[in-house]
Write a protein that binds this ligand. Sequence first.
Ligand code: SER
Length: 340
Amino acid sequence: MLRKPVALITGASGEIGHGLITRLAEEGNRPVITLDLKPLEPGLARLVQQQFAGSILDANLLERILSEYEVDLVFHLAALLSTRSEFTPVAAHQVNVEGTMNLLEFAQKQGESHGRPVVFLYPSSIAAYGLPDLGTKARAGRVKEDDFNAPTTMYGCNKLYCEQLGRYYARHYKQLSAEPLAGRVDFRCIRFPGLISAVTVPSGGTSDFAPEMIHAAAQGHEYACFVRPDTRIPFMAMPDGVAALLRLASASRERLTRTSYNIGAFNPSAEEIQEIVVRAFPAARITTKVDVKRQGIVDSWPADVDDSAARRDWGFAPQFGLEPAFQDYLIPGIRERYRA
Ligand code: SER
């Protein structure tokens, strides 16, 4: 029996997976299979061909998928986020690094079995950066991909290393063997800013103060923001993040000059986010209660990123700037969500 070409999404029931499954189903080009510890919500489950319940660390499960499906596109989203990873660094390394290694090997074998490189989309993060102090952060402004690559968190180290692993698989895999370059994994990575979704709330991240503040205000809950009001990092509305993954996935290989790309859309301070939220939800009760450790993490992340390579190589162009993200996407979407 012929195996059918499918896209595989790991960590599919997380925040990015939610939007990605919907968009892939709308496009209808390719059936989707998913792998996650958690089952998909019923509304999403209907949109996929098959859900595999399990771990990316389960080699037998990956073998089973390999034997049943011809995967030619992988979105490897499964990860433990930055705050969570600081509490369980060994587990974070296992999931974030060994899990990614398993998926890269899986993609390599898939490519060898169907004779074409598997396109492998990998979400990295601004956590891959580590700026040494606030003065340097202020002076650095929009950082380029190869600057300040000295992350302070386990998650950041994991992401930066996996970017390098992916580049190795794409460009140098088994250099000493006679295998042709064409058989290699076509690894493509986006370094995401903080992502804000109207339909889901993140868990375990350190950029979570922004989405948490908005979702709390919409529900009439009090919120104590865990970073100082002047804290500034880049953010993006989830639909732009998902669109970027799809756009990079379909970009022509020849145009890609890098394997990892920064992208960004807007970079308000925590105080500016609070002002917009209070304008939209005047009853919002937002205070500040700094968590020193989490503050230290976001202070080490850049205030903004230089995404000119993504714009030039594959036409990255976010739809939502700061005001439109709130007025046209987040506020109406979040109102709708809690009304429902
Ligand atoms: N937004 C994620 C986090 O805060 C980083 O990618 O962990």
